[in-house]
Design a protein around this ligand. Structure first.
Ligand code: ADP
Ligand code: GLC
Length: 487
């Protein structure tokens, strides 16, 4: 099947979160399954610089008349096939340094509606034959940035060719791409597209709804989140629409890209290890403690956080539970950036207890790997979590996840209760109420298990053996693509 993956980010070229990891891994898994896959991205500087051999394949007009180019090149990664990549060559829109969505003072760019409408528009134009050399049968759009692709496809004039199918994946319903309605006129869609069963959302223009209303099939990144977003508590006002489309909505759990995240082969770790030879993990922990200035104590359980510092991630629970963590002899290492108040709060705690708390503000792929490699427990107490990748990296690296039982966290982590220790299913720690008390009980469970080394090793082995391969996720997506095409 000829499949076009449309997203705003792709690992290893441009990443602000898990979306990039998925956008980088899924094409590789589909290629490995024998599919004919290409990706489409905006021409942000990191994309323009990182895609090799990019040649102009077409020029076309944006709906508001601006002339732009379409380039085709490839992303080459060691040990994997090249991913053919189209990128939109529109320097006036995309050639801005830093974050793809915001300026240096963290304000969304004023022309984001154009910058991301063009992404969906280019996808639809490709589906209509913009590149004479390759035309997708299926367009898979990710998150609000790409969500107008299904809308443009739905309103495209028939051209006598078979209909191109569309799939829209929600990675996070909280980010919807809402704009002032006056911008609707710039998008090149018919007036009929701006109504309640269309892009209109309480008087505003919603890109997310372009995907939710017009795609043939909808997916989100875990089965539990697929159910949660159909409730008023987690539906962000879109739960009614999602219930209405429940028959075409499913959850496909993300997986872990083995080429990037595997402690047995990870060159970013000071030493490698696997479940049958765990000596390297002890070395990684000692090296990490030393590098971060923590007390060199092999017996102190090391809790790690690798996260965007936003409200979603529930990290105020980590701050609240920190005194108890330290009183029980634990250490905490945080890598993250985002919300200024959270950054300041974590920094203050590190200054107060430098031998037990380390906080690195910023973004570092190598340090993220070393934290999972050296850590004993990975904290992911998210308020809500569509899928979550860091708990899966924690599982694979034997840094047991401690999570709030929601979304994809509920689908991947099994609490270390006595019955699940006995059944061999336990692989981490879960709490149900989003409260300091419930979080601290889970934290105490982690300490209690840590003091029982044989049980700890057994749970860690369960965690490291949990299958999380992209091949099965890709097979699930292929089944969804076939359903989209049979409409
Ligand atoms: P989200 O996409 O909501 O941020 P995920 O758990 O799905 O959450 O994915 C987060 C991804 O971003 C993971 O690959 C994680 O390792 C990475 N990450 C988050 N913060 C940082 C950081 N400060 N430095 C390096 N990697 C980070
Ligand atoms: C979003 C979600 C996260 C998910 C990621 C990749 O950023 O917040 O839970 O893992 O997308 O699907």
């Amino acid at each position: 099947m000829r499949i076009l993956q449309v997203s705003a980010e792709i690992f290893p070229l441009l990443k602000t979160g898990g979306l990039a990891d998925v956008a980088g891994a899924l094409p590789l898994a589909l290629l490995a399954a024998g599919q004919d896959v290409r990706a489409l991205l905006p021409g942000f500087p990191a994309i323009a610089a990182g895609v090799r051999d990019a040649q102009i394949v077409a020029e076309f007009d944006a709906p508001w008349g601006e002339r732009v180019g379409l380039r085709l090149g490839r992303i080459a990664t060691a040990g994997a096939p090249d991913i053919p990549v189209y990128w939109i060559d529109a320097p006036a829109l995309y050639e801005r340094p830093g974050n793809p969505y915001e300026d240096a003072s963290r304000h969304a760019y004023g022309d984001n509606h154009r910058r991301f409408a063009l992404l969906g528009w280019a996808a639809a134009r490709l589906a209509q034959g913009l590149d004479p050399g390759w035309q997708p049968q299926l367009v898979h759009a990710h998150d609000w940035h790409a969500a107008l692709a299904p809308a443009y496809l739905a309103f495209a004039p028939p051209n006598g060719k078979p209909k191109v199918g569309s799939v829209f994946t929600i990675h996070n319903l909280a980010y919807q791409g809402l704009f002032h309605p006056r911008h609707f006129a710039e998008l090149g869609l018919p007036p009929a597209a701006f109504r309640v069963h269309g892009l209109e959302y309480h008087g505003q223009l919603s890109f997310m709804k372009g995907g939710l209303v017009f795609a043939d099939r909808l997916t989100t990144v875990s089965p539990t989140y697929a159910r949660e977003i159909q409730t008023s508590e987690q539906g962000f006002g879109l739960d009614g629409l999602l219930r209405h489309r429940a028959d075409v909505l499913s959850g496909v759990l993300n997986a872990v890209e083995d080429q990037v995240w595997n402690p047995a082969t990870d060159i970013l770790l000071p030493e490698r290890y696997d479940v049958r030879a765990m000596g390297g993990k002890a070395y990684c922990k000692a090296a990490l403690q030393e590098a971060l200035g923590l007390a060199p104590d092999a017996d102190a359980p090391l809790f790690v956080v690798v996260s965007r510092l936003t409200e979603q991630k529930g990290l105020q629970l980590v701050l609240q539970g920190l005194d108890a963590l330290l009183a029980q002899g634990g250490q905490l290492a945080v890598l993250g950036s985002g919300d200024a108040a959270l950054e300041a709060a974590f920094r203050e705690r590190a200054t107060r207890s430098p031998k037990a708390v380390s906080v690195t503000l910023g973004y570092s792929e190598p340090l993220a790997h070393r934290l999972f490699g050296g850590g004993d427990v990975t904290l992911v107490p998210s308020h809500y979590e569509p899928c979550g990748l860091t708990q899966m990296y924690g599982l694979k690296y034997g840094s047991l996840p401690l999570v709030h039982r929601v979304g994809g966290l509920a689908d991947t982590v099994v609490d270390s209760t006595l019955e699940d220790l006995a059944s061999g299913e336990a692989n981490g720690f879960c709490f149900d109420d989003f409260s300091g008390a419930a979080y601290e009980r889970a934290q105490r469970r982690a300490f209690a298990l840590y003091r029982r080394p044989a049980d700890w090793r057994a749970v860690r082995a369960n965690a490291m053996r949990r299958p999380a391969d992209w091949a099965s996720a890709a097979a699930s997506y292929l089944a969804v693509y076939r359903q989209a095409l049979s409409h």
